[in-house]
Design a protein around this ligand. Structure first.
Ligand code: GLC
Length: 556
């Protein structure tokens, strides 16, 4: 209990931990593999908590580890109240949670409420039950169009490619109704107008809150409510399939979702310790995104407009300004994020020279592949900038090593449903999900003892191994450590910033006596006399910040 008290000290209103936290996303299947089967697991995470402690993060968010047939890497949950044997047991979870808490690290779990797996007991019951039954009413079943119901109920297209409806065979063997799936056909959407669904999820929240989790990352938090009547809808050409680019989509960002989060807010409020909800909501504007974090709804939402901003100073200044204004306008902290398990890693993305819509990925035949040296410099500069911003920042495992996207994964290893549903037209997200390198000379780079790895690790990742970076004072790992430590020492997570003018290609501001500048242009930016550097995104001599670099400094 003494250890938990350490976590609860920030409970004063306005100083809740999630307002300023640096939160590290663990993708369990690729973090650390204690069992040696090639897929990471909960005991693996527990064994590496000291590494996260020394990185300095405040919290971890675990992508799903619940019982699942793994058709979408665990985002297809068959039992919301148990751990998939691939990852361990509930006892392993409890141990991991206790060990994290004892190190002062909070734990957020991923909740997937938009859809379940088709192997979930409810969906299996729905398949056996008749059209119009209460079992079917938990999901979105509809009769098809056409003379014999042979056409899908509407024209919606799945995020992973292909149609959004799958036809079932009824108990008597005849072709029957269709069910809706925004994602893969193995991920049927729940009907969130159904009271039974609402009650079930309140109970699932309580199950994990009772175990002691500090919050939830809520998957597809903009998709759970669909426009009544499910009207046809033609997406704008090249629209972001997760909804980030379009004003109105009948299944993204419907007003009704907010009632769900107001309800959940109340559930979390019954618990002590500032439990938090963070929504995954891809919306076209920051003002829309901020609706998810009004005072009685979620606590945080991912800042995807920030993540999607290209390497351009003017656009970056604008998105930071707007983020602080819009989130601040509803009393919520801004969040910041550059990478996650759904997007091309930012050490590659920031130097791409061709368009790459979210979810497309990069593979052997992609155009516009990045110059890796430029990519890594930009990534380090981008993080140096991000960790100086007020609010809460999300890191994705491996970015602290400067890992690039794995761009040459052979086709036969691919696992993302996007790859299969588009017949290989889109590579999907496997390239950002490759197991981490821990040591240069061990099997699977120390991911486990056996050398097994569910996705192949690029040979050149030896140089990114944590053990190698530990020993190099200028490594990306040591840069992240320094940034996180200084951010904490100087309380950079709270407060505001004052913009400075360092030219059109710079993003520059100060926080008290600390100045921050990032150079997104092609010419060095001279800072002049009296400068003392506190951090440089990569080592440089003199007082001019080179292109693709950033620095924190003070002035005499
Ligand atoms: C979210 C997850 C993604 C998953 C999808 C369907 O976008 O981040 O990985 O495929 O939801 O659950």
């Amino acid at each position: 209990m003494a250890q938990l008290e350490q976590l609860e000290q920030s409970a004063a209103p306005g100083s809740e931990w999630w307002r300023t936290a640096v939160i590290y996303q663990i993708y369990p299947r690729s973090f650390a593999d204690a069992s040696g089967d090639g897929i990471g697991d909960l005991p693996g995470i527990t064994s590496r908590l000291d590494d996260l402690k020394s990185l300095g993060v405040d919290a971890i968010w675990l992508s799903p580890f619940m019982t699942s047939p793994q058709k979408d890497a665990g985002y297809d949950v068959a039992d919301y109240r148990d751990v998939d044997p691939l990852f361990g047991t509930l006892a392993d979870f409890d141990e991991m949670l206790a060990q994290a808490h004892s190190r002062g690290i909070r734990v957020i779990v991923d909740l997937v409420p938009n859809h379940s797996s088709d192997q979930h007991a409810w969906f299996q019951e729905a398949l056996k039950a008749a059209p119009g039954s209460p079992e079917r009413a938990r999901y979105v079943f509809r009769d098809g169009r056409g003379e014999n119901g042979e056409l899908p109920p509407n024209n919606w297209q799945s995020v992973f490619g292909g149609g959004m409806w799958e036809r079932v065979t009824e108990a008597d063997g005849t072709p029957g109704q269709w069910y809706l799936h925004i994602f893969d056909a193995t991920q049927p959407d729940f009907d969130w107008t159904n009271e039974e669904v609402k009650e079930e999820f309140r109970s699932i929240l309580r199950f994990w809150l009772d175990r002691g989790v500090d919050g939830f990352r809520v998957d597809v938090a903009h998709g759970m409510v669909k426009e009544a009547g499910l009207p046809d809808y033609a997406p704008v050409a090249d629209a972001d399939s997760m909804g980030g680019g379009e004003e109105y989509v009948p299944y993204w960002g419907q007003d009704g979702v907010h009632d769900i989060y107001r309800d959940w807010h109340q559930v979390l409020a019954e618990y002590d310790g500032d439990r938090a909800l963070c929504g995954e909501a891809w919306l076209p504007t920051l003002s829309r995104t901020a609706l998810w974090v009004r005072p009685d709804e979620m606590h945080q939402t991912f800042n995807f407009p920030y993540l999607m901003t290209p390497w351009d100073a003017q656009q970056l200044r604008e998105v930071i300004r707007e983020s602080l204004e819009e989130f601040g306008g509803v009393g919520a902290p801004s969040t910041w994020v550059l990478s996650n398990h759904d997007v091309v890693r930012h050490a590659s993305r920031l130097a791409l020279t061709a368009d790459n819509p979210q979810g497309e990925g990069i593979g052997p035949k992609s155009e516009g592949k990045p110059d890796q040296v430029v990519g890594l410099s930009r990534a380090r500069a981008a993080t140096t900038l991000m960790l100086a911003l007020p609010g809460s920042a999300y890191l994705y495992q491996g970015e602290e090593l400067g890992l690039p996207e794995a761009m040459e994964i052979p086709d036969e290893f691919r696992q993302d449903p996007t790859w299969f549903r588009t017949n290989g037209e889109r590579y999907g997200r496997d390239g950002c999900r490759v197991p981490l390198p821990w040591s240069a000379d061990a099997p699977a780079f120390g991911f486990n003892d056996t050398g097994a790895s569910w996705l192949p690790q690029p040979a050149e990742w030896a140089t990114f191994a944590r053990e190698v970076e530990e020993k190099d004072a200028d490594s990306t790992l040591n840069l992240y450590r320094r940034l996180i430590e200084l951010r904490r020492d100087r309380s950079l997570g709270t407060g505001s910033l004052v913009w400075e003018d360092a030219g059109a290609d710079a993003v520059a501001f100060h926080r008290g006596d600390l100045h921050i500048v990032a150079n997104l242009g092609e010419q060095p930016i001279e800072l002049g006399e009296g400068v003392t550097f506190v951090v440089q995104s990569e080592p440089f001599a003199g007082t001019a910040v080179p292109p693709n670099a950033a620095a924190w400094f003070t002035r005499a």
